[in-house]
Design a protein around this ligand. Structure first.
Ligand code: NAD
Ligand code: IPM
Ligand code: MN
Length: 364
């Protein structure tokens, strides 16, 4: 039996609602496999925990999480706790504490997904956005001077280290080479005259080691336009932390919405656990109504399966999502349907059972 220890942080708002469906899918995959099992440990951290204990996670939270191979997270942040506290003390603390410097966000139009673009071919949207996830605009460095005075000045410093920039760009070249795809860098050197000039320079320098990988480079404003007008231009995309954050919500809108967009926060060296989560937030506007789309969380579960080495199961989960959207047409309201979160989760499980023969001890 192959057993995997997974930490589960359902978090806030719709987080617990969608994670419950992802866990259900993972448990069914384990049952269908027959030789695979997950040991889930739940952590009740988040904004409710904060209101009771005055902190977002246990003081030794990272130590507790480090006992696991991976983390499966719903969403963090809810009205009542300032976002800069809730996110910096839980989500960003984990990403940084575990040096999850690669954020893999596939922007792929699955079969059956509602596409908001009219003039695009289905094959036209298939990109993998690789977002730098440890520094840049999210370095947390800055200052707030002369608070409340007329001369008040606020600084938010982007930090782009040689090591941090080189490693994400190298990872992206390696990924593009492995996939046989082109690599596009998205930056903004015309205005950001230190950080992005450096970024572009590193992109070019590292690129010399990958003459076989076709490359292109865009300014982020023009790239946003081309994401919508000609998404087929992009295959593997590497970009900074903040640009990656924004571009992937935009990208999500092209391929079915935030309810269907997943992200993996990876520590490639596997020194620390990696974390899998939908890219959406806690959606306070629909939380508690049982109508959140669980497919992003289910797709993250598929990424988790890939990460653990079960790519065939990861693919089955994606296939099941496609079946739900094509045959079943079981959609939550964000995709134009009337199904509940649970009904969509159940439909994924049913599709999985139809895809894979039940494991039989007699057949090995
Ligand atoms: P959001 O992603 O929570 O919601 C944006 C819009 O998309 C809302 O209208 C919401 O209803 C909809 N939406 C999102 N996920 C959905 C789903 N699965 N099914 C159906 N509809 C869905 O972004 P926001 O409203 O800007 O942020 C809310 C809170 O979440 C804030 O506290 C923010 O900081 C936090 N946040 C957390 C994460 C994270 O934990 N990774 C990500 C983004 C935002
Ligand atoms: C995301 C979120 C986070 C980010 C926030 C909640 C800090 O928007 O995962 O995309 O900006 O990385
Ligand atoms: Mn975001």
């Amino acid at each position: 039996m192959n057993s995997h220890r997974i930490a589960v942080i359902p978090g806030d708002g719709i987080g617990p609602e969608v994670i419950a469906q992802g866990i259900k899918v993972l448990n069914h995959i384990a049952a269908l496999d027959g030789k695979l099992q997950f040991e889930f440990t739940y952590y009740p951290w988040g904004c409710e925990f904060y209101s009771k204990h005055g902190r977002m996670m246990d003081d030794d939270g990272l130590d507790q999480l480090s006992q696991h191979e991976a983390i499966y997270l719903g969403a963090v942040g809810y009205p009542g706790v300032p976002d800069h506290i809730s996110l910096w003390e839980l989500l960003l603390k984990i990403r940084k504490g575990f040096d999850q410097y690669v954020n893999l966000r596939p922007i792929t139009l699955l079969e059956g997904a509602p596409c908001s673009l009219k003039e695009v071919t289905r094959e036209g949207i298939d990109m993998l956005v690789i977002r730098e996830n440890s520094e840049g605009e999210y370095a947390g460095a800055g200052d707030w001077l002369f608070k409340g005075k007329p001369e008040e000045v606020v600084l938010q410093t982007g930090v782009f280290s040689r090591m941090g920039t080189e490693r994400i760009i190298r990872y992206s070249y390696e990924t593009a080479r492995r996939l046989g795809r082109s690599l596009t860098s998205i930056s903004k050197a015309n205005a950001l005259n230190y950080s992005m000039v450096f970024w572009d320079q590193v992109f070019e320098e590292v690129g010399r080691e990958y003459p076989d990988v076709p490359t292109s480079s865009y300014l982020v404003d023009a790239a946003s336009m081309f994401f919508v007008r000609e998404p087929e231009r992009f295959e593997v995309v590497v970009t900074s932390n903040l640009f990656g954050d924004i571009l992937t919500d935009l990208g999500a809108a092209l391929v079915g919405g935030l309810g269907l967009a997943a992200g993996a926060n990876i520590n490639p060296e596997r020194k620390y656990p990696s974390m899998f989560e939908p890219i959406h937030g806690s959606a306070p506007d629909i939380a508690g109504r049982g109508i959140a789309n669980p497919l992003a969380a289910v797709w993250s579960a598929s990424q988790l399966l890939d990460f653990l080495g079960y790519e065939h199961h990861g693919r089955s989960v994606l296939k099941a999502i496609e079946t739900v959207m094509t045959d079943g047409k079981v959609f939550t309201p964000d995709m134009g349907g009337r199904a509940s979160t649970e009904q969509v989760g159940n439909a994924v499980v049913e599709a999985l059972h139809a895809l894979q023969p039940i494991h039989s001890p007699w057949k090995g």
